[in-house]
Design a protein around this ligand. Structure first.
Ligand code: NAG
Ligand code: NAG
Ligand code: NAG
Ligand code: NAG
Length: 374
C-alpha cells in the first residue's frame, strides 16, 4: 500500500449508473488557487448543515490540525496519533468542483479525476453538484486492483463495480452509488457491484448503495459507514473488510431466501469482520443475517432492529458444517421480531457485554489513527 494516496471526498448527491470501469490517467493539477479558500469555506458550511454532530467532530479535528501545524513549524514529531500520511494530506488540501452546467472546474467526474495525479498525496475534495453522472469514475491511487484480482474473487464481480476505490483515506459524503443491473432468481453471473472499496481507512457518511446481488463489496481494509443505506438481494454486503456500520439501514429486495452479508475471513488470526451497530434491517424475502463465505467468517449485530424478514435460524454455514465451530456470528442487544434468538442455529452467539465490547466502537477499526471529521 506504499505511496497510494488518492485522497478524495465526493460531495452532494449524485447518481452513478452502472458503466464499465475506466482507468485513471495521470496528469497535473490545475486548481483555481484564488477561489480555493472561498470554495472550501462554502464546503465547510455545507458539511456543517448536512453532517450529524459536526461541531463535535470538527473540534476534535481542529485540535490535531493545530497540533500538526505547530509540530511542523518546530520540526518535532507530532504527538498526534493520526497517520502522518493523512495529516500531510489534510494540510495540503485542494478543492475541485464538478458541475454539469459548466460553472465548476470540470463538467464530468471523469475529467476531475483525470486531473489528479495517480500518486497523489494531498486531500482532494471533489465537490459534485447534484445530477446524474454517467461517466464512470474508477477512482484509483495505486495498482492494488491488480493485486486484488489474484485473491480468487470472480473477476466478473470485481470488475462490475460502478465505482471502485483503491485509494487509501477515501471519504464520501451524501453520495448515491448505484448498480442498476437486475438480479433474476436462480440465474448465475449476475453479481453487480455498486461500490467496491479496497482502499484502507475509508469512511462513508450519509451515503446510499443501491444494487441487487453483491451491492457493496467491502473488499479489504478498515472501513467506516455512518448513517448509510444499503439495498440489495443476495449477499449484498460482502468481502473481507474490517468494518463498522453505525446507524445504517439495510434493506433487502430479495424475492426468496437470501443473505444480507457474506463475510470472508479465512483464518482465525485475520482481524476482519463486519460489525453493525444501531442499525435497522427491513425489506422483502427471507434473509439470513450472514452466510459463511470463509471458514472463519465474522459478523456482529448490536443494538440493531430486525424486522420479521430475518429467518429464525439467523445464520447459514453455506452448507459446510465444519464452519459451525469456526465462524463468529454474534448478536448483542438487538430488537424487533427478527431478533428472537429462540430458533437460532446453536452456533450463533448471544454476546456478553465483555464479548461485544471489542466490536462496538470506532476503536474496532483503529479509528483514532484516521477517522476525522465529518
Ligand atoms: C504503489 O505504488 C508504489 C509507487 O510506485 C509502488 O512502489 C508500490 O509497489 C505500489 N503498491 C502496490 C500494492 O501496487
Ligand atoms: C441510532 O440510529 C438512529 C437512526 O440512524 C439515530 O437517530 C440515533 O441517533 C442513533 N443512536 C445512537 C446512540 O447512535
Ligand atoms: C492466516 O492468514 C494470514 C494472512 O493471509 C497469514 O499470514 C497467516 O499465516 C494465516 N495463518 C494461518 C494459521 O493459516
Ligand atoms: C420467540 O420465538 C418463540 C418461538 O417462535 C416464541 O415462542 C416466543 O414467544 C418469541 N419471543 C418473543 C419475545 O417474541
Amino acid at each position: 500500500m506504499a505511496s497510494a494516496a488518492l485522497i478524495l471526498s465526493l460531495l452532494i448527491a449524485v447518481q452513478l449508473p452502472y458503466l464499465r470501469s475506466l482507468s485513471l490517467q495521470s496528469s497535473s493539477y490545475s486548481p483555481l488557487e484564488n477561489q480555493e479558500k472561498d470554495n472550501i469555506g462554502q464546503l465547510e458550511e455545507w458539511i456543517s448543515l448536512n453532517v450529524k454532530h459536526y461541531n463535535r467532530k470538527r473540534a476534535a479535528s481542529l485540535k490535531w490540525m493545530q497540533e500538526s501545524v505547530r509540530n511542523r513549524k518546530q520540526q518535532v514529531p507530532s504527538s498526534s496519533s493520526l497517520d502522518p500520511r493523512l495529516r500531510n494530506a489534510e494540510l495540503n488540501k485542494i478543492l475541485i468542483s464538478v458541475n454539469q452546467e459548466g460553472i465548476g472546474n470540470f463538467k464530468t467526474i471523469k475529467e476531475a479525476l483525470a486531473s489528479i495525479p495517480v500518486y497523489n498525496k494531498r486531500r482532494v475534495i471533489l465537490d459534485i453538484k447534484p445530477g446524474v453522472y454517467s461517466d464512470p469514475p474508477r477512482i484509483t491511487g495505486n495498482d492494488t486492483a491488480a493485486a486484488a484480482g489474484t485473491d480468487g474473487r470472480p473477476l466478473k464481480t470485481f470488475q462490475s463495480a460502478t465505482v471502485s476505490v483503491d485509494a487509501d483515506y477515501f471519504v464520501a459524503i451524501n453520495v448515491i452509488f448505484e448498480n442498476t443491473a437486475a438480479h433474476v432468481v436462480g440465474s448465475v453471473g449476475e453479481q453487480a457491484v455498486a461500490l467496491r472499496i479496497s482502499g484502507n481507512k475509508a469512511a462513508f457518511y450519509d451515503c446510499s448503495f443501491y444494487g441487487s446481488q453483491d451491492t457493496l463489496y467491502d473488499h479489504k481494509g478498515l472501513h467506516y459507514f455512518n448513517n448509510c443505506f444499503v439495498q440489495g438481494s443476495v449477499d449484498f454486503i460482502f468481502g473481507y473488510g474490517r468494518s463498522l456500520y453505525e446507524n445504517c439501514h439495510l434493506n433487502s429486495v430479495a424475492k426468496k431466501v437470501a443473505s444480507l452479508t457474506a463475510q470472508k475471513r479465512t483464518n482465525s488470526s485475520i482481524l476482519s469482520g463486519f460489525s453493525f451497530k444501531n442499525s435497522t434491517i427491513t425489506g422483502t424475502g427471507s434473509v439470513y443475517l450472514g452466510r459463511a463465505w470463509g471458514d472463519y467468517s465474522r459478523v456482529i449485530f448490536s443494538y440493531t432492529y430486525m424486522d420479521e424478514i430475518v429467518l429464525p435460524l439467523g445464520w447459514s454455514d453455506w452448507g459446510k458444517t465444519s464452519r459451525d465451530s469456526r465462524v463468529y456470528y454474534g448478536e448483542y442487544r438487538c430488537s424487533g421480531p427478527g431478533a428472537n434468538m429462540t430458533g437460532r442455529v446453536p452456533w450463533a452467539r448471544i454476546l456478553t457485554d465483555e464479548e461485544a465490547m471489542p466490536f462496538i466502537g470506532t476503536y474496532y477499526i483503529d479509528g483514532n489513527s484516521w477517522l476525522i471529521h465529518p
